[in-house]
Write a protein of this length. Structure first.
Length: 144
């Protein structure tokens, strides 16, 4: 039985060698048929959308958005001009209040919301006033 298998294997190898040396290419008659090829222009629209996944598909945990670090804004200290609160003048009939404020060594009469030399009077009473200057607020007490 083993002898038959060995003869078949050597026979197959011998046939491959013999057929490689004797290249008998059969001539084939090729008929030239001219056909025009015109592919159809088909446009296929993809029907999908990308959505944010809130759950990790492998662990099953919920993803959390990474917090963006807040930018630190360093404000330069504001150089305040000299402001002195001198007092309050009150009209008893109309109950209108006028504040006497010295700004840059010049006295001014201010009502709430008035702006002089960039200084805004925000609020006040008989003891102190709150003024705004270049986006900052400052409380000034009365000086007699």
């Amino acid at each position: 039985m083993l002898l038959i298998v060995v003869i078949m294997v050597w026979g197959a190898i011998g046939f491959k060698i013999w057929s490689g040396l004797n290249n008998h290419v059969a001539e084939q008659i090729v008929q030239n048929s001219i056909e025009e090829f015109s592919p159809k222009n088909t446009i296929v629209a993809d029907a999908f959308s990308i959505q944010e996944v809130s759950r990790d598909p492998f662990l099953g945990t919920i993803k959390r958005k990474a917090s963006t670090p807040k930018k630190r804004i360093f404000k330069q200290p504001i150089e305040w001009i000299p402001i002195v609160y001198k007092g309050l003048i009150k009209n008893t009939k109309t109950k209108q209040q006028v504040y006497v404020v010295q700004i840059n060594n010049m006295e001014h009469l201010l009502k709430r919301g008035n702006v002089i030399e960039g200084v805004t009077l925000i609020k006040g009473d008989s003891k102190n006033i709150v003024v705004g200057y270049k986006g900052a607020q400052k409380t000034i007490e009365i000086k007699e």
